[in-house]
Design a protein around this ligand. Sequence first.
Ligand SMILES: *[C@@H]1O[C@H](CO)[C@@H](O)[C@H](O)[C@H]1NC(C)=O
Ligand SMILES: *[C@@H]1O[C@H](CO)[C@@H](O)[C@H](O)[C@H]1NC(C)=O
Ligand SMILES: *[C@@H]1O[C@H](CO)[C@@H](O)[C@H](O)[C@H]1NC(C)=O
Ligand SMILES: *[C@@H]1O[C@H](CO)[C@@H](O)[C@H](O)[C@H]1NC(C)=O
Length: 541
Amino acid sequence: MANLKIFVLAVALKGLTQAAGILPDGPLNGSVGGSVMFTTSLTEADGPFDGVTWSFGVSTIIQHTPTNNLTYPAYEGRITFFPSTASLELKDLTLDDGGQYNVNVFPDRSGRTKLDVYAPVSSVTVTPQSSDLVEFSSFSLTCSSSGPSLSFIWMNSSSEVTSSDRVQITDGGSTLTVVNVTRYDEQSYRCRVFNPVSEGISDPVNILVSYGPENTKMSASPSQEFYEEGSDISLSCSADSRPSAQFTWFVNGTKLPDSGPELTLRNIQFSQRGDYSCQAFNSRTLTNETSPSILISALQKISRVSIKASTEQIIEGSSVTLTCEASGSSPSRTWKKDGSDLNLSENVTLSEDNTVLTFKAVKKENSGEYVCLVRNPVSSSEAKFTIVVNYGPENVQIEGKDLINENDQIKLICSAESTPSATFTWRLNGSEIIGSSAEFLKEKAQSSDSGTYTCEAKNTVTEKQSTAEHELHVRTGCSSGCSAGCIARIIVGCLVVAAASAGGFTVYKKRHNREPEPPPQNTEENDVYEEMSTVYQNVGK
Ligand SMILES: *[C@@H]1O[C@H](CO)[C@@H](O)[C@H](O)[C@H]1NC(C)=O
Ligand SMILES: *[C@@H]1O[C@H](CO)[C@@H](O)[C@H](O)[C@H]1NC(C)=O
Ligand SMILES: *[C@@H]1O[C@H](CO)[C@@H](O)[C@H](O)[C@H]1NC(C)=O
Ligand SMILES: *[C@@H]1O[C@H](CO)[C@@H](O)[C@H](O)[C@H]1NC(C)=O
């Protein structure tokens, strides 16, 4: 025992004078219940060592000589000494094992190091455990664990939270404060706590962020500018909102009794026309937002298109209006005549809304087929009307020979321009004669048929009439089979006849402006004819 005391003293002196060189600087870390190895920098080549002493603070752990081991009772069973290197392992660590450790190796080596003993990180908790926030507010989370904690990391979902102007990490990392929270901060957060020997992680804390409504939109299905009356229209409303928005509906700013994200308008009528919009309300943020409105307009189909004329019979020169009538919403009208656009003029005008087509004084050329096309954005329909302009009779003419022989056929044809067709009456020398058709026919002419024939053309609609006259001379004695001698005799007679009929010819020529009939081919008669022609022409001049 005396030896040992001397040895201890010697070691103590050495320890004061030598640098703590053969142990690592430390501190070494150990966890409660775990073990730690104090490894010296010595090797077997440095030994064998005459004496080794390990101590903790002021208490000795073990004294070792080649012949003796002295382990102090507090360390019995908790240490393993390695004589070849003078290293020591300490097991079943407790928090009390933390502190300064020294080793002295006789005669002149020593070392000094520090051991820190940590309890494993446990019971990592974050408060509050959840938070239901409104966007642009702020929240703060605090992390704690059992035992002295050393460092903290905050996790946002699976990535580490970094500080910024919105995100502050304070109190040595244990407090996370987020100001002006956004919806993107809605995540689960965890706190990780570390000490040198272990780490712990908290349960996730859910941060819920309410926001909106924003981006409130309304859509109509089917989406059309105009709907036909009777259609079903489905309106739907959406908004970015947490929690989900509640929807209400408005037409022209007036609240409808309906609610919910869908509004179905069934069998829509013209009267339901209006600006529809929806409003989203968030019961948590207590804000609402109204969508842009959509004009919903139901139009009645165009139907019952008709054209009404102001008079039943349209008579040239009279004033006529055609009115295009139609039922249905917002009708717009266009007119065509015989398939082409109307030629409007001072005489042909359209009312501003295209409903009434007016002819100041209707003309023949205004006759034709008129179409009124009526349309609205959902349908179209048309009506036709044919204008027949009644006019005349005009340009009454009688066609026929003005000089014929006895027993020849009398054939006079009267013509007139007239709508509807004219009816005809014939007169001879002013007295009505048989024949009410355009043609006056008599198979065998007699001299008494000579005279002034009048054709009277009459239009039963315009109630106008017009006449034409025709002189007819029936020749007696100037028969064809006449000999040369006979000719000389009768020429005078015939000339008389011719002279008489010349008046008629004048009338004829004036009215018809036609050449006299060509001379007959019979040469015997030519001379007579030529002379007669001379007379005709002289008279005609
Ligand atoms: C001293 O103790 C160590 C380990 O505890 C052992 O290896 C060694 O043999 C012992 N020496 C003597 C002399 O008892
Ligand atoms: C909060 O954030 C919003 C958008 O992220 C920003 O417009 C607003 O200015 C911020 N408010 C404050 C007080 O920082
Ligand atoms: C959390 O993560 C989201 C998405 O990665 C990010 O937008 C948000 O800013 C983060 N918030 C915080 C407080 O780190
Ligand atoms: C008609 O008048 C013409 C001349 O005035 C006369 O020659 C003719 O005989 C008359 N005819 C009839 C049928 O009266």
